[in-house]
Design a protein around this ligand. Structure first.
Ligand SMILES: Cc1cc2nc3c(=O)[nH]c(=O)nc-3n(C[C@H](O)[C@H](O)[C@H](O)COP(=O)(O)OP(=O)(O)OC[C@H]3O[C@@H](n4cnc5c(N)ncnc54)[C@H](O)[C@@H]3O)c2cc1C
Length: 380
């Protein structure tokens, strides 16, 4: 993706302050990259998509994609803060003017963190409409009960965008109805418990419990009962941004593979002289370039206000596969050193694996393409 060269150069410069040693230390201690997120926030990068009238820079989606791609390409980890870019869109599109005025300028300045997105639940998983967390209206409040899982960054966020059922499923005509979105100020509520989950990579993810958690009725975003549609409307942007991260990862792995293959001498010659070493890297590179084209196309359609559901989904799937293939080639190229912490390869390998599962699993993308694009019969 050649566009946004100045933005890319600036982000690359910022990332130089956060080298591999910084991430390795955090990884060892399962610690959150506070300083990195602060630097990105202060640089205004996390406010890229917030319109200028609310204190952001009002950049197009392709610019936000370029920011995240460069973060990953530099060996950093945007998963620590990427959610703010796309969650914010729900508030922007469906919030009232008062909500936007109240939150967006503070999110843009970095004073407020909107990093937590509470959708997934332990018993419903990918079947989002089967979620069980309820929000029941009581006067000028809602009372929330239930549980979320994989609510990443909840401990490092002030606000959470929460999806909960406001009308029991049996009282709605369709399962997609009766769900509502709330912007929960986690600093001001009681009955909220957050428990970290240790994962394969350092991700600051958690499970969250709501026990009679009272939130003001004004926390409702948009109309009651339409929350599922609101969440869906933000998915294309999310897919494109995550795909851009994968492209960044794939480039990092490829550059690392090429550098090592040129330097490492075995049998009296660089290992990169062997076609057995070259070809997996070259193949992964071709896949990355192809996936990148799909990301560019998806972003262009999105920016033109055209339907980009198919392209955004394909971009996400192809880019996640490309980053994984590049990661695999990188480990193989490094031989034993691919497993040594100090090369960062094993860390990035663990980190990039996530993208085939979250925020959406590859199977769900294939299912979307099969049914909604190719017109095959519905499977669920
Ligand atoms: C580190 C991490 C961070 C996350 N962060 C967040 C977050 O911040 N907020 C949030 O809400 N969620 C988050 N998630 C949740 C993530 O979106 C889900 O893990 C993902 O959507 C899959 O849901 P599941 O884990 O329940 O898998 P399941 O739904 O149980 O699926 C398990 C497997 O079965 C497959 N499968 C299920 N049904 C079908 C079907 N009909 N056809 C074909 N295959 C099927 C899936 O593709 C998957 O491979 C995160 C997850 C992880 C691991």
């Amino acid at each position: 993706m050649g566009a946004h060269d100045e933005i890319r150069a600036e982000v690359r410069k910022l990332c130089l302050n956060f080298p591999g040693a910084y991430w390795r230390e955090l990884d060892r201690n399962a610690a959150y990259p506070q300083a990195f997120v602060k630097a990105l926030g202060e640089g205004g990068w996390l406010a890229a998509l917030i319109p200028e009238e609310y204190g952001g820079s009002g950049l197009p989606l392709s610019a936000a994609a370029a920011i995240l791609e460069e973060v990953q390409r530099a060996g950093c980890n945007g998963a620590a803060c990427h959610a703010q870019m796309y969650i914010m869109g729900t508030l922007l599109r469906h919030g009232t003017e008062a909500q936007k005025q109240m939150y967006l300028p503070h999110i843009a300045s970095g004073a407020l963190r909107l990093q937590a997105f509470g959708v997934t639940e332990p018993s419903s998983g990918t079947d989002t409409t089967a979620l069980k967390t309820t929000a029941v209206r009581d006067g000028d409040e809602y009372v929330v009960n239930g549980q979320k899982i994989w609510t990443s960054r909840a401990e490092h966020s002030d606000l959470m965008l929460l999806l909960a059922r406001t009308t029991p499923r049996e009282q709605t005509a369709r399962k997609t109805e009766g769900l509502s979105v709330f912007l929960v100020d986690m600093r001001k509520v009681k009955g909220l418990t957050i428990r970290p989950i240790r994962t394969m990579m350092n991700h600051a993810t958690t499970e969250v419990f709501f026990a009679d958690m009272r939130i003001p009725a004004s926390a409702l975003v948009g109309e009651e009962g339409k929350g599922f549609r609101y969440i869906l409307s933000g998915m294309n942007a999310e897919r494109i941004l995550i795909a851009a991260e994968c492209i960044g990862d794939a480039k990092w792995f490829t550059e690392k593979s090429v550098g090592y293959a040129k330097e490492r001498m075995v049998f009296g010659r660089p290992i990169g002289q062997n076609q057995g070493v070259q070809f997996p890297i070259a193949k992964a590179y071709a896949r990355l370039r192809a996936a990148e084209l799909m990301v560019v196309q998806a972003a262009a359609l999105y920016e033109n206000g055209e339907d980009c559901g198919a392209e955004a989904n394909m971009a996400k799937m192809l880019a996640a596969e490309a980053s994984w293939e590049a990661a695999e080639a990188c480990v193989q190229t490094h031989g034993g050193f691919g497993f040594a912490e100090e090369y960062d390869v094993e860390r990035k390998f663990r980190e990039t694996r996530l993208y085939q599962v979250a925020p959406i699993s590859t199977n769900m993308i294939l299912s979307y393409l099969a049914e909604h694009v190719l017109g095959l019969p519905r499977s669920y």
